[in-house]
Design a protein around this ligand. Structure first.
Ligand SMILES: *[C@@H]1O[C@H](CO)[C@@H](O)[C@H](O)[C@H]1NC(C)=O
Ligand SMILES: *[C@@H]1O[C@H](CO)[C@@H](O)[C@H](O)[C@H]1NC(C)=O
Ligand SMILES: *[C@@H]1O[C@H](CO)[C@@H](O)[C@H](O)[C@H]1NC(C)=O
Ligand SMILES: *[C@@H]1O[C@H](CO)[C@@H](O)[C@H](O)[C@H]1NC(C)=O
Ligand SMILES: *[C@@H]1O[C@H](CO)[C@@H](O)[C@H](O)[C@H]1NC(C)=O
Ligand SMILES: *[C@@H]1O[C@H](CO)[C@@H](O)[C@H](O)[C@H]1NC(C)=O
Ligand SMILES: *[C@@H]1O[C@H](CO)[C@@H](O)[C@H](O)[C@H]1NC(C)=O
Ligand SMILES: *[C@@H]1O[C@H](CO)[C@@H](O)[C@H](O)[C@H]1NC(C)=O
Ligand SMILES: *[C@@H]1O[C@H](CO)[C@@H](O)[C@H](O)[C@H]1NC(C)=O
Ligand SMILES: *[C@@H]1O[C@H](CO)[C@@H](O)[C@H](O)[C@H]1NC(C)=O
Length: 574
């Protein structure tokens, strides 16, 4: 039978597509090694195959990634999350412990297997409680053969910023959540790092344009970033291409990424400082010995000196809210509970509770769970009653940022908001300002359990998180859990079926569920409150009030008040 020309061309096209998609396999032994990136204190760090800093991963859009992860730490469990990946159809590969999988105990192995269909600048890190600041975080770049800005740059420059602690996380966490720290002051980092070092030199050639891919892989501190004498042209945020936007300074919260082009001068006899400066507003105290700045240099001339950066009196970063996604995606129309890891990882509850998986009760009282229907447009209003800044990250999606209040804006007031951007900025991590609010929207088109949390690791470890249960009945049809994932649960003694309390018969009975920490001793003040209000094009979903750190379970009075609120606002809200 003769193959028609169009079929033949189709077959060729298919072959070409297939040929470009590779499988990239990483065999990783996660183990301890030692490092001294700020030159002040050598310390144990978590490395991969004996290496630290962790390897830069550079794959191509369409590739399949296989990670064979062997936990060789000996004394801690671990996990791995590829930050920003939609994991569309592979929710079980997302990484957060207690949400989509169990912790991988020492001596155990775990396989990640997923494809990458999105370009841009990302990172990967442990998603085990409070672990990645001990070094288990690295940069991931997804090369895009169809980058709309291809041809406009000569080379890529991957770059990271980070805060750095000399002490290990388990000790820092226990002194953080302690009666000796009644105000909830987060541990202040010891140093700022650029590419896991300081005094970095980047050889540059006059007249060339470099595509910088900058990621803040830190635990806590946002950083201001600027390059003296040069302008940044922003073309990507968190994997979303933007219309070009010029900036002389940007602010990068923990977990955010920026892609920008920098064109070198045609001639220069001097070198230029490239600066990161940790946002000290976040610190309760700034020790006099702390150098919260980190310097690197664009090196035009190796023989020339490395000039100290000029001292700035004020930081004036670009407002990321003003960025416009290049794809022109338009505006989408449409409880004092501390997150506590459930007994059964939430994904496993969704897959093993049958039709009850649509009942939010199944997920327990301490996971801030919201059941979303497939393809709903979901709006999250986040009201920050705390005086600090918080970078919030949603797994499995990027979201439209439709409003962000200025400092002290108070609670979002829908009544006086009419002016939303026509093409709102889209990203996966967004900062809410002190005592202010933001409003984000996304379409629930990715069945799975997606964590929504503050990316300051101190706040996540103390429960500033919520769980989106997206189309659970759909998940039951499309997702399955690999045997090796179930095996690590068995090794860790974690049940893999039933509701948040591990009940498989009466899945609405939560007796035995994990609860948030007991009230702390007298004098202890909860650090802050963040309230989430969710709504959809079709229905109001309810609200959660998350008080983290110090965080006590809801009193029966508070619980009743929250329920009344939901009942009152439970009607239709277009
Ligand atoms: C970087 O340079 C500064 C200033 O000379 C110095 O204090 C610091 O120790 C250097 N950092 C490293 C990691 O060598
Ligand atoms: C930062 O580190 C990565 C990975 O080690 C390396 O590929 C890159 O060139 C470094 N960036 C700079 C500016 O030196
Ligand atoms: C685990 O072992 C490392 C490396 O020996 C050590 O630095 C660390 O303190 C240990 N951590 C715990 C929690 O025991
Ligand atoms: C990864 O997943 C794909 C799709 O399910 C499967 O065909 C393949 O065998 C898996 N690869 C490995 C190494 O497990
Ligand atoms: C990643 O690899 C591609 C080639 O596949 C290369 O063009 C690009 O410069 C690399 N990016 C980084 C950040 O190393
Ligand atoms: C860090 O840099 C900023 C901006 O130039 C400056 O205001 C500040 O004094 C510097 N701090 C230290 C400790 O050097
Ligand atoms: C919740 O339950 C699991 C066992 O399934 C346990 O390992 C974990 O420590 C508990 N977490 C909390 C915060 O109580
Ligand atoms: C919204 O309305 C409130 C009360 O009516 C007012 O205090 C506030 O300034 C308004 N906010 C904006 C952004 O217009
Ligand atoms: C997930 O895949 C479905 C089906 O291909 C698609 O409609 C949806 O937009 C995707 N969602 C995300 C967040 O990638
Ligand atoms: C939901 O759970 C309850 C209590 O366990 C059970 O009686 C009921 O049959 C379940 N409903 C469905 C639809 O599975």
């Amino acid at each position: 039978m003769a193959l028609s020309l169009s079929n033949f061309l189709y077959a060729i096209a298919l072959l070409t597509t297939l040929a470009s998609a590779n499988t990239v396999t990483y065999d990783w032994d996660i183990g301890w090694t030692r490092a001294n990136p700020d030159g002040l204190a050598e310390r144990p760090v978590m490395g991969i195959n004996g290496q630290w800093p962790l390897p830069l991963l550079n794959v191509t859009k369409g590739d399949r990634i296989i990670v064979n992860l062997n936990n060789k730490l000996g004394n801690q469990s671990t996990s791995m999350h590829f930050h920003g990946m939609f994991q569309n159809g592979t929710n079980e590969m997302d990484g957060p412990v207690g949400v989509t999988q169990c912790d991988v105990p020492p001596g155990s192995s775990f396989k990640l297997n997923f494809t990458i269909d999105q370009p841009g600048t990302y990172w990967y890190h442990s998603h085990t409680r409070g672990q990645y600041p001990d070094g288990l975080r690295g940069q991931l770049v997804i090369h895009d053969p169809e980058n709309p800005y291809r041809g406009q740059f000569d080379a890529e420059v991957p770059l990271t910023l980070s805060d750095w602690y000399h002490d290990e996380m388990p000790g820092l966490l226990s002194s953080f959540v302690s009666y000796k720290n009644p105000t909830g002051a987060e541990p202040v980092p010891n140093s700022a790092l650029m590419n896991d070092t300081q005094n970095l030199t980047l050889p540059v050639e006059p007249g060339r344009t470099y595509f910088f891919r900058l990621t803040n892989i830190g635990a806590f501190a946002g950083q201001y970033f600027w390059i003296e004498g040069h302008t940044m042209k922003i073309i990507e945020v968190d994997g979303v291409y933007t219309e070009p936007a010029e900036a002389s300074m940007i602010y990068v919260t923990a977990a955010q990424r920026y892609g920008f082009l920098v064109t070198m001068k045609d001639y220069s006899a001097t070198n230029f400082a490239m600066m990161g400066s940790m946002d000290t507003d976040l610190f309760d105290v700034v020790p006099s010995t702390l150098n919260y700045n980190v310097t690197g240099w664009l090196m035009y001339d190796d023989a020339a000196p490395q000039p100290a950066a000029a001292i700035l009196d004020e930081f004036e970063p670009l407002d990321d809210f003003s960025l416009v996604p290049q794809d022109g995606m338009e505006f989408a129309f449409f409880n004092d509970i501390t997150y506590t890891t459930p007994v059964v990882p939430t994904l496993y509850s969704a897959l093993t509770t049958g039709a009850n998986a649509s009942d939010v009760t199944v997920y327990g009282d301490y996971t801030n769970a919201y059941v979303l229907e497939k393809d709903q447009i979901v709006e999250i209003i986040l009201n920050n009653d705390d005086g600090g800044k918080h970078p919030f990250h949603l797994h499995g999606h990027n979201f439209q940022a439709v409003y962000r209040g200025p400092d002290n804006d108070g609670h979002y007031n829908p009544a006086n908001m009419t002016d939303f951007p026509a093409i709102p900025m889209r990203r996966d991590t967004l900062m809410v300002r002190p005592s202010a609010n933001f409003v984000i929207r996304f379409k629930a088109d990715n069945p799975g359990i997606w964590f929504f949390h503050c990316h300051i690791d101190w706040h996540l470890a103390t429960g500033l998180a919520a769980t989106m249960i997206e189309a659970p009945l759909e998940m039951q049809k499309t997702l399955s859990i690999p045997d090796d994932h179930l095996a690590v649960c068995a090794q860790g003694g974690v049940p893999v079926a039933g509701n948040a309390a591990g009940k498989t018969i009466d899945v609405l009975d939560l007796k035995g569920q994990n609860r948030s920490v007991k009230p702390l001793p007298a004098g202890f003040t909860a650090k802050g409150i963040v309230a989430l209000v969710f709504s959809c094009a079709s229905a109001f979903l309810g609200m959660a009030v998350i008080a983290w750190y110090g965080a006590m379970p809801l009193s029966s009075k508070e619980l009743a008040a929250a329920k009344r609120f939901v009942a009152k606002h439970g009607g239709v809200r277009e």
